[in-house]
Write a protein of this length. Structure first.
Length: 241
């Protein structure tokens, strides 16, 4: 996997480069203190993955990834966890908070490898976004039994799912909630995406729809969804907090 590293701090740049060499399977095509100097490499070279800092003097990592036309997979590496939600909204593969433990780095890179492999497998199928390398949910959907039939739901429209005894209540964009006779295990198998995350024994959320996280609550629209203690560590780790 060919990658570049962008970070205005030389020490952080060196650590990421060292991690890439230690892990193996990663070819560092370039390491840049100035993100603007990296644009030429991204546009001309076949870059699979960018390790990208957020707080930089020339341009933020968030603005940088929005501005470039040719977007490889990218992983944010930053000392500022408050940008996690914005990062995932841009379809970042992962969000690593400095100081980055090596096992956490390995996990993020493995996720990128899986996405790249999936992208190569389904090239030109329309199911993977070539612009971001992340899953494109626009044409992905599931069917659930409801209203005496099978209801089609686009994955990108699902906001969160609430468990109600033997039923699940699926909240979707601009429609009334859909009630279906299913359990969490079955719905998670159908969803099959790591941005649908179970945060409580009674809730699954779409990470892309999260507006803010306040202590042990997730804010989505006007709903305050609790974060269960047994799910808290893995969820906060997933969003880089």
């Amino acid at each position: 996997m060919k990658c570049i590293i962008i970070d205005d701090e030389p020490l952080a740049l060196g650590i990421i480069k060292s991690y890439c060499n230690d892990m193996g399977g990663l070819e560092v095509m370039g390491a840049f203190n100035n993100p603007l100097q990296a644009i030429d490499s991204i546009q001309k070279e076949e870059v699979d993955l960018i390790f990208l800092d957020i707080e930089m003097p020339q341009i933020t990592g968030l603005d940088f990834i929005t501005a470039i036309d040719k977007k490889p997979l990218f992983i944010f590496t930053t000392a500022y966890p408050q940008y996690a939600i914005e990062g995932f909204e841009l379809n970042a593969v992962d969000y690593l908070v400095k100081p980055i433990p090596f096992p956490r780095f390995i996990k993020a890179v493995n996720r990128a490898k899986e996405l790249l492999k999936l992208k190569d497998t389904i090239t030109n199928s329309g199911n993977i976004s070539s612009a971001t390398g992340a899953a494109n949910t626009e044409h992905e959907f599931i069917f659930v039994k409801a209203d005496y039939g099978n209801v089609k739901i686009r994955l990108e429209d699902i906001v969160y799912i609430q468990g109600l005894k033997d039923y699940l209540k699926i909240y979707v964009v601009n429609k009334k909630p859909i009630l279906t006779l299913m359990n969490f295990r079955d719905i998670q198998e159908k969803l099959g995406r790591d941005y649908f995350f179970r945060v409580h024994r009674s809730f699954i959320v779409n990470i892309h729809k999260i507006e803010s996280i306040q202590r042990s609550k997730i804010i989505i629209r006007d709903m305050r969804i609790p974060i269960g203690e047994s799910y808290k560590e893995s969820f906060l780790n997933r969003v880089g907090l």
